[in-house]
Design a protein around this ligand. Structure first.
Ligand SMILES: NC(=O)c1ccc[n+]([C@@H]2O[C@H](COP(=O)([O-])OP(=O)(O)OC[C@H]3O[C@@H](n4cnc5c(N)ncnc54)[C@H](O)[C@@H]3O)[C@@H](O)[C@H]2O)c1
Length: 306
């Protein structure tokens, strides 16, 4: 298939590109490099440095593609609280312009990167796709819920094939956000530079950490779908954040002090996916366990100039 990946210079997009190419698909990337890294883009990709706001240019690039994997977004929760207008503009308006461009170019398959954050504070675990969406405590979450709604609307109004993938906690090599607020890359970097590990809630929170290659594979499988689908993407196993720190210490073979950061507003105590639907309907499985994934992530950061 010929696939256009928005946000393909970012952490998750760069892995999705590579997997698509390795499996024989051809890939066009649209990314404005506001956050991503040009050197993360596979050399086999047809790269266009443009932003989603440039609907006219998107309409020139899109014709001939079989579908779009839409990952371009601002993602940092704390930043979204400070800059709600920028987040709404970039994420929501950017998505609507992309959808309009797709409609005009007659490209009607959309795989959308959503997040477990749409469930808010879950009423029960594991979370299934039938569970209600929860109250949002920051503009980022509201943009994700709204972007989902616009994708669904284009299915209803214009017969788009839409698959919404709700990621739990992705991690792996290549995670180079700036600022970085995600636990695993920050823990690994602190461990490798032998500086204190920043830990909120004393590490009592439970998360479902999904390795990047497993997450990327879900996008490729979703390309085969028609109609409207929503899937959680997680390992279905909840891990205490403090236990992730312990595993990192075991892998590197030493410990560093903990920097107790106290509580952080807006964090939910536990998030664990049910990925039954994805497994049953698409034959997807999480293959990489936390220990193996952490080892690969640590290897990646050892080769960075930290
Ligand atoms: N990383 C996570 O933990 C996580 C969790 C759940 C959902 N997601 C979603 O997955 C997607 C990818 O996340 P990531 O971690 O790879 O983020 P990232 O910041 O590494 O990548 C996003 C990319 O989008 C580009 N971009 C942003 N706005 C753009 C615009 N208007 N036009 C063109 N390009 C634009 C950036 O330059 C960047 O390369 C996002 O939609 C995010 O909301 C990520």
């Amino acid at each position: 298939m010929r696939v256009l990946v928005t946000g393909g210079a970012g952490f998750i997009g760069s892995h999705v590109n590579k997997l698509l190419l390795d499996q024989g698909h051809s890939v066009t990337v649209v990314d404005d490099l506001s956050k991503g890294h040009q050197d993360s883009i596979d050399a086999r990709v047809d790269f266009h440095q443009i932003g989603l706001e440039n609907q006219e240019e998107l309409e020139k690039i899109l014709p001939g593609h079989d579908g779009v994997i839409h990952m371009a977004s601002f993602i940092e929760v704390g930043e979204s609280v400070k800059k709600p207008v920028e987040f709404a503009q970039n994420n929501i308006v950017g998505t609507v312009k992309l959808l309009e461009a797709m409609k005009n170019a007659n490209v009607k398959k959309m795989i959308f990167s959503s997040s477990a954050c749409v469930y808010g504070k879950p009423e029960k675990l594991p979370i299934t796709e039938e569970d209600p969406l929860g109250e949002q405590e920051n503009p980022y979450g509201i943009t994700k819920v709204t972007m989902e709604e616009f994708c669904k609307l284009f299915h209803t109004l214009h017969n788009f094939d839409v698959t919404i993938l709700r990621y739990f906690n992705p991690y792996g090599p290549g995670e180079l956000h700036e600022p970085e607020t995600h636990a695993i890359p920050n823990f690994v970097k602190s461990a490798l530079t032998k500086t204190p590990i920043p830990l909120f809630w004393k590490g009592e929170q439970i998360r479902d950490f999904i390795f990047i290659d497993d997450l990327a594979q879900a996008h490729i499988l979703a390309l085969t779908l028609t109609g409207l689908h929503i899937y959680n993407v997680g390992t279905e196993s909840g891990v205490k954040v403090a236990d992730v720190v312990k595993q990192i210490f075991e892998i590197v073979g030493y410990e560093v002090p903990i920097d107790d950061k106290g509580e952080r507003k807006g964090d939910v105590p536990a998030l664990v996916a049910s990925s039954e639907k994805l497994k049953k309907e698409l034959g997807w499985n999480a293959k990489v366990n936390l220990e193996e994934g952490l080892k690969k992530t640590i290897e990646f950061f050892k080769n960075q100039n930290l």
